[in-house]
Design a protein around this ligand. Structure first.
Ligand SMILES: Nc1ncnc2c1ncn2[C@@H]1O[C@H](COP(=O)(O)OP(=O)(O)O)[C@@H](O)[C@H]1O
Ligand SMILES: [Mg+2]
Length: 353
């Protein structure tokens, strides 16, 4: 068996954005443009970056909801990229998806008990007579009560609904859960509880997470490793604590300095990239960031920088990162995390009122 539960290798996904009257493709969105990463059992890899950089597309590719244009997806050491629906079925259980809006993903006409029984039935997880008991266990696992099985989704709060979505994902005993902005739609006061629940479940069940978020202050509390994406490519990856402490890529530095901070001195030093994210329909050649990067030189306009590993697992795709100014010249020296969130994470998960 492989040491990785998941490995993606040079994954590419192009979408056809416009077609001619004859069906010929006129414009292509390079949503994912050569992404590689690995995931170990029990580990959390965060995929971060601004909206539209391709994070959800990576998640959907790994779930096999869409087919890659190129590249490989390896689950538990087996290349599943080309498997048909039937051959893929045994793998489908291994990867589950939780996404942002728990209301949209729960059928309002089904009771919670029915919602949780469905995957148990579909994948034949427990015999019919044990389903009820298992549903109760799943509810308790996410901090709800077995008696909640009789209720409908609208009878729950947003945080509780996300707990139900998590329970449904866990019903099939997955090894990997792709969490796509799992707390972005929730109230700040409830986010920490759901993140703590995810962490607790990970420790208990040995789950591996691909944690997708545009919000670095959330990621800091859950990620073991981090991969920063910009326009379909990973520009920096490494251990989360290291990337947060010593970000190398100008894009990572800018993202980190854009996290809300409390102290006024820190705020003055913030650096935010000028301009908007260019369209993935027509990404700039060379380094995708060069149109916004304060350090860009001529080579950046023509040559794509390789994602170079420093030998210790911290990799950066920038022609100039070793010669850029010290991090403290760009980043606030302290208070990088919103202290309101910091405090919330001190409190351990309970069920919200
Ligand atoms: N089905 C699709 N057809 C065309 N373009 C798409 C489709 N899905 C996503 N895209 C485009 O691909 C890019 C990446 O999208 P997405 O993966 O959703 O980004 P993120 O999750 O980082 O916000 C965006 O430009 C988006 O508009
Ligand atoms: Mg998304």
């Amino acid at each position: 068996m492989s040491q990785f539960v998941l490995a993606v290798d040079d994954l590419v996904k192009h979408f056809v954005a416009k077609r001619s009257a004859f069906g010929r493709s006129l414009a292509t969105v390079k949503a994912v443009d050569g992404v590689s990463f690995t995931l170990r059992p029990g580990e959390t890899l965060a995929l971060v970056g601004e909206s539209g950089c391709g994070k959800s597309t990576v998640g959907r590719l790994v779930m096999r909801l869409i087919e890659p244009t190129a590249g490989r997806i390896v689950l538990d050491g087996e290349d599943v990229t080309a498997l048909g629906e039937t051959a893929f079925r045994p793998f489908r259980r291994k990867v589950q998806l939780i996404f942002q809006d728990p209301f949209a993903s729960l059928n309002p006409r089904m009771t919670v008990g029915e919602i949780l029984s469905e995957p148990l039935m579909l994948h034949d997880i427990v015999p019919a007579r044990e389903r009820r008991r298992r549903v109760g266990e799943l509810l308790q696992m996410v901090g709800l009560q077995p008696s909640h099985a009789a209720r409908y989704p609208h009878e729950f709060s947003g945080g509780q609904r996300q707990r139900i979505v998590i329970a449904r994902a866990l019903a099939v005993e997955p090894r990997i859960v792709i969490c796509d902005e799992p707390v972005s739609a929730l109230d700040v006061s409830i986010r920490a509880q759901i993140l703590n629940l995810l962490k607790e479940l990970q420790a208990r069940l040995g789950l591996a997470y691909v944690f997708i978020s545009h919000d670095l202050s959330v990621v800091k509390h859950i990620a073991d490793r981090i991969a920063v994406m910009y326009l379909g490519r990973i520009v920096e990856t490494g251990r989360a604590d290291e990337v947060f402490a010593t970000p190398r890529h100008p894009y990572t530095r800018a993202l980190l300095s854009a996290i809300p901070v409390a102290s006024p001195e820190a705020r003055r030093e913030r650096r935010i990239l000028e301009g908007d994210v260019p369209s993935p329909l027509d990404p700039p050649p060379g380094c995708h960031l060069h149109t916004r990067c304060p350090y860009a030189a001529e080579i950046c306009q023509t040559q794509r920088p390789a994602l170079d590993d420093d030998g210790a697992g911290h990799a950066t795709a920038c022609h100039f990162w070793p010669t850029l100014p010290e991090q403290r010249d760009i980043l606030p020296a302290e208070g990088k995390i919103d202290p309101r969130l910091e405090r919330l994470f001190g409190a351990f998960a309970g069920t919200e009122a």
